[in-house]
Design a protein around this ligand. Structure first.
Ligand code: G3I
Length: 328
């Protein structure tokens, strides 16, 4: 049967040490991904150990791998309040912060112009629990530049690569909770302000680190998709995985619950708007930030991703492949 819908490119983040040491990891990236995003190698921490010198060794390696295997690339991320080298955290003046931010974006985006198709221009700039008049997270950028830090980042990235798609990337948009709804509104407000100032912005990245025990806000997400449409913005899923630390230990049960959560999340989104891509934050349960960040009390290993620790597809992979093939 022909595809029922337009296929949605599937992708994953790639962590450089694992990429270099685990052949099965590289093979899985080749087999399952249309899109690759360097997990850490385009962050300031990786690129800018020392202030005067840029270290592109990791990013160049992953970009070359993606191009050799005809994968499209996402760049993560030009501005974040975390993963910063010490010297950046010690900046003290507005002038210094603006000079360093503009210089960084110009050099990094110029190097990969026409090769990295989409940039997470800003990552996690929304305060976790935004208050009226206080939408932004307290980062070095917000402290020194104020709300303009977002405008400077988007304006500079657009100037450096006018053809790149420029995305605002953030998390905690998905759950049926007042905080998630407030964050969706702030994300739209930031994008609306950029557009009103004639600053290019193309889409919102939903990280979608989903909690297995929480409910997806189907109505809220579909309203969000319609609001994005009215602003002429795209959506992409940028860091999908499932945090299952509150679930029973049984692997089969957890895998089924994770797959149905991902199915209901993607079903809610895709019923209203087709994402540009669905990117998971890794492919195999063998490697995930979730093991360290959300350790289970029973010591069982987390099962957040579409392949198990031996690279065998889990029910979640069938859901993702359904979107990748256009079956859903
Ligand atoms: O590569 C070095 C290694 O050489 C060294 O031996 C080791 C011990 O110091 O550190 C390694 O770097 C670590 C890196 O992960 C690779 O494992 C960094 O210390 C560590 O901070 C880094 O954590 C990453 C984290 O972002 C902070 O940058 C995680 O891998 C990565 O999965 C996580 O991803 C974030 C997204 O960027 C934004 N959204 C949330 C997501 C999960 O936190």
């Amino acid at each position: 049967a022909g595809a029922a819908s337009s296929p949605i490119p599937l992708g994953s983040a790639a962590e450089i040490d694992t990429f270099r040491s685990d052949m099965r990891y590289r093979e899985a990236l080749k087999r399952y991904c249309d899109v690759i995003v360097p997990m850490n190698d385009l962050k300031w921490e990786a690129l800018r150990h020392d202030r005067p010198r840029f270290d592109f060794s990791g990013s160049d390696e992953l970009v070359a791998f993606a191009e050799a295997n005809r994968k499209t690339l996402r760049g993560h991320t030009l501005l974040w309040g975390e993963a910063l080298p010490a010297w950046a955290k010690e900046m003290t003046t507005r002038a210094e912060a603006e000079r360093e931010l503009v210089n960084h974006i110009e050099i990094v985006v110029d190097r990969y112009r026409g090769r990295i198709a989409t940039w997470d221009v800003v990552n996690e700039v929304i305060k976790y629990d935004p208050q009226p008049g206080e939408p932004y997270r307290d980062t070095i950028w917000q402290r020194l530049l104020g709300p303009e830090h977002v405008e400077i980042a988007f304006r500079t990235a657009a100037r450096a690569d006018p053809k790149a798609r420029l995305v605002l990337n953030d998390f905690h948009f998905e759950e049926r909770e007042p905080g998630a709804a407030a964050r969706r509104k702030v994300a739209l407000d930031i994008c609306r302000r950029l557009k009103d100032k004639g600053i290019p912005v193309h889409g919102i990245g939903m990280q979608a680190h989903l909690y297995a025990e929480k409910r997806i806000d189907t109505e809220g997400l579909q309203r969000f998709m319609r609001d994005l449409d009215s602003l002429g913005l795209d959506v992409e899923i940028t860091e999908l995985d499932v945090i299952d630390w509150k679930m029973p230990a049984d692997a089969g049960q957890r895998d089924a619950a994770a797959a149905s959560l991902v199915a209901s999340f993607l079903g809610a989104i895709c019923a209203a708007k087709r994402p540009k891509a669905i990117v998971t934050w890794g492919l195999s349960d063998r490697y995930s930030w979730i093991h360290e960040t959300f350790p289970r009390k029973d010591g069982a290993r987390a099962r957040p991703l579409p392949l198990d620790a031996d690279y065998r597809p889990k029910p979640m992979m069938a859901v993702l492949e359904g979107y990748r093939s256009g079956a859903y």
